[in-house]
Ligand binder design. Structure first.
Ligand SMILES: C[S@@+](CC[C@H](N)C(=O)[O-])C[C@H]1O[C@@H](n2cnc3c(N)ncnc32)[C@H](O)[C@@H]1O
Length: 532
């Protein structure tokens, strides 16, 4: 008996409800893929039947595309769809269609094997949300074109039966809002699968459940106590994103707004950032909204009211303040800003910023304008944010060119100058992430890496649920850096914390074994020192 049921409400339609209560780490739902495929660029590293990596895979002699861990896996794959797939791949060789097209074809061939009829789908797929009526013409056209390609690919399997284009286009639209990306231990996407039960789980920006993969099997676990009767939710999108980014991603891909209905809890997300357009893309007609929360400095309005203490956002005290910055009159360079670290460059003829302060909720400040003369600090914030964004872009670019030392220097400088007052700001977090990557890639900047990883840990603790894959991996990185620097105390502490998470998020992964070893070694080394 599963510990969940599928219920219905008018906003989210079907949802997954806990019948029993779940404690943190407990499995809520676990399911094999209805169908799954390995991404094209990972085809030679992962077994197409088990989705496990190996350096020694057998290659299908027919299509020369599919790879298998052994003869047993190859036989089982042949019976379960590769027979048709192999013929279709041979017919279009050397080209290989994208993963979603191969997945659609496999679902159709499965339906043929189950003799469901040419244009029929099993109920568990037929009833999946497709949002066809919400799609704009361009997206509909794109699905229609992909459907034509899919049908051509299917014809290569030799059968004269191929489903009509509408069937395929709707199936592809269902994929877009129901598929799960299959990830490896490092959370890199390696394939895509359809999980009809898992697809019943709705989104929350403060989820109580997370998904991980054992091969192509998906496992949903509670990340906090879920009382009986509560809805199980996952994050459809990266949580380490601004509210604006999360809203846009959910609207574009899943056609709902986190402001809608019962999702007001999403407002508690603490990080905000400049919304689009990016500062450097602004034209005179554009405005840039800076959404700040828990601002560590004071912003006053024209009546000397301290706007940073306003806390009246719906559902929480966060996100209460919104500064709207418009290009206006000449811009005054914020103090302490270093131009060579990507900060905004002020000059007499550069446009100025006018700062408009808005608060959510029923306050008399709503929509008030604040003249630039009264808001030097807000202007400094605007300049520093713009500089932080530019430094981040530059550092990422340098990293992609293999110039890790420069990326490390740029991000370090930006963190010391532009972000020093932005303790809990998303752009500080992003700069720290680049700094950490760059410092590790340098291979010599381990002290810098350790500091960055420690600072990120504080932010991640705030941002992620206690049991969360990124958190386990980050603690593992921190433990490894501490061990490298022979800081055994730190290494043991972080390895222990990593194991406490990884046992749920990565139960079968070598990363967990590595952390258990590191924890054991660091403890042994500590007790050897105390014995001396
Ligand atoms: C994978 S399906 C989830 C199951 C879906 N509720 C159903 O009835 O089939 C994703 C779709 O569910 C809806 N949904 C998911 N989370 C939601 C939320 N937090 N608020 C509103 N709608 C949501 C959206 O329509 C989204 O495109």
């Amino acid at each position: 008996m599963p510990g969940y049921s599928i219920d219905f409400d008018s906003i989210r339609k079907r949802y997954c409800k806990a019948v029993d209560s779940f404690s943190p780490g407990q499995i809520v739902l676990s399911e094999d893929a209805y169908e799954a495929v390995v991404h094209n660029d990972h085809c030679s590293v992962y077994c197409h039947q088990t989705f496990r990596s190996s350096g020694n895979l057998l290659r299908c002699g027919g299509c020369k595309f599919a790879r298998y861990a052994g003869v047993k896996e190859q036989r089982s794959a042949w019976k379960n769809g590769h027979q048709e797939e192999c013929a279709a791949l041979c017919a279009c060789a050397p080209r290989v269609p994208p993963a979603t097209i191969r997945l659609a074809a496999r679902i159709y061939w499965k339906q043929q094997r189950l003799t469901l009829g040419d244009n029929a789908l099993p109920e568990c797929i037929q009833t999946l949300e497709h949002h066809w009526d919400d799609l704009d013409d361009e997206r509909k056209q794109s699905f229609a074109q992909m459907a034509i390609v899919t049908r051509e690919y299917m014809k290569g399997a030799g059968s004269s039966n191929v489903p009509d284009a509408k069937y395929v286009a709707y199936l592809l639209a269902r994929f877009a809002c129901n598929n799960h990306t299959i990830c490896d231990d490092e959370l890199r996407p390696i394939g895509v699968g359809l999980y009809p039960q898992g697809a019943m789980i709705n989104h929350s920006c403060t989820p109580n459940t997370m998904q991980s993969f054992c091969g192509a099997r998906i496992v949903f676990r509670a990340v906090q106590r879920i009382p009986a009767g509560a809805e199980a939710t996952i994050a459809y999108i990266e949580l380490a994103a601004t509210r604006a980014e999360r809203r846009a991603a959910l609207k574009d891909n899943y056609f709902f707004d986190i402001d809608a209905g019962q999702m007001a809890s999403c407002n508690i997300f603490p990080y905000e950032e400049p919304l689009s357009p990016a500062p450097e893309e602004m034209t005179l007609d554009n405005t840039l909204i800076l959404e700040l929360s828990r601002v560590p400095f004071t912003v006053m309005d024209e009546h000397d009211r301290d706007l940073t203490n306003v806390s009246n956002a719906p559902g929480s005290g966060a996100n209460a303040l919104r500064l709207q910055v418009e290009k206006h009159a000449p811009f005054v360079e914020p103090e302490n800003e270093e131009t060579d670290s990507g900060a905004s460059q002020g000059s007499a003829d550069a446009p100025d910023w006018r700062v408009k302060v808005q608060c959510w909720g029923p306050t008399f400040w709503q929509g008030d304008s604040v003249s630039s003369a009264n808001t030097p600090k807000a202007k400094a914030v605007a300049g520093m944010l713009a500089g932080a964004v530019r430094s981040h872009t530059l550092a990422i670019e340098l990293l992609s060119q293999g110039r890790a030392a420069e990326a490390c220097r740029i991000s370090t400088r930006a963190l010391q100058t532009l972000c020093r007052d932005m303790q809990n700001h998303i752009w500080r977090m992003r700069l720290l992430e680049v700094q950490l990557r760059a410092a590790i890639e340098c291979g010599s900047q381990w002290e810098v890496a350790l500091e960055a990883a420690r600072a990120l840990l504080k932010l991640y603790r705030w941002l992620y649920p206690k049991i969360w894959p990124n958190m386990g991996l980050h603690l593992a990185t921190l433990a490894k850096i501490a061990a490298l620097l022979e800081q055994d105390d730190d290494a043991a502490r972080h390895a222990e914390a990593a194991c406490a998470i990884l046992q749920f998020t990565h139960p079968e992964s070598p990363i967990l074994q590595e952390m258990l070893r590191l924890w054991h070694d660091a403890k042994a080394s500590l007790s050897a020192i105390s014995d001396e």
